[in-house]
Design a protein around this ligand. Sequence first.
Ligand code: GDP
Length: 303
Amino acid sequence: MSLFGTLFSKFKQGLQRTQELVLAPMGRLLGLRRLDEDQLEELEELLLQADLGVHGVARLMERLRFELKKSAEIDPKAVLKDELLKILRTVPPRPFTAQGTQVLLLVGVNGVGKTTTLGKLAAHLKARGEAVLVVAGDTFRAAAIDQLELWGQRAGVPVIRNQMGGDPAAIAYDGAASALAKGIPWVLIDTAGRLHTKDHLMRELDKIRRSLQKVIPEAPHRVVLVLDATTGQNGLLQAEAFKQSAGVTDLILTKLDGSAKGGVAVPILERLKLPIAFVGVGEQLDDLIPFDPEAFVDGLLDV
Ligand code: GDP
């Protein structure tokens, strides 16, 4: 299967719940060549339920109405695809290419799938033949450190840790220094996700940043915010807070497979104006896929 074919089927599988619960009734409407006002309203409602966002849906409906005025017959699916792709392509992707040693901080609140994602990302990079060092920077939760170590074993990459309660900035420094000395291209640092102590958390991230910069002045090269798709647009406020205070550069959207709100990728990207680097579509090591707008839209509308 081609790379696009593989991505498409992964997205389709990941978006299954969204399709079953929300988008399946849309199939009938998308098969029509003309839509009356009632049918347009029905379609609008379904798009909103898939969590495509008020703004995005308004844009889609406007385009459909425009096309309906212009032509006697339209292909609603093709029109939606085209407009969705335009929205998704407004934020250019930042390819994950290794240049020297790249330090990546993973941030996000507890439970979003940060640890799991870090393991999957390590496996993804390793599968590309690039060495990875994982740093257990969430020193507050002993369980998180153990879990990360387990993911490191599964992915076959080393994990460095200090004892629980240790200084995350110190272990981050050690990780960056060790990777630089050994020529390891990727350092993935897990961070704490205690939202209720936000100021403390942000101070901790600042401290990690400063100590990384003593080793590599440009570090961290990426700050990746992990978001849980099942929370839909509720996660957006949280994401905006992180974007501002943690200097987020990329997003990873997890649990797309468990969500009926798979469309949320659209308002997330629109509002945050940050690229979605990967999406999580399951709990296995290979359930992290690069976000490909075309495969995503095809998977979403393949009803
Ligand atoms: P953390 O607290 O943010 O580090 O979250 P964890 O990595 O411990 O994940 C929380 C739960 O979400 C675990 O049960 C994971 O297996 C699950 N999880 C993480 N990513 C995905 C995903 O893409 N799909 C599904 N279905 N579950 C996920």
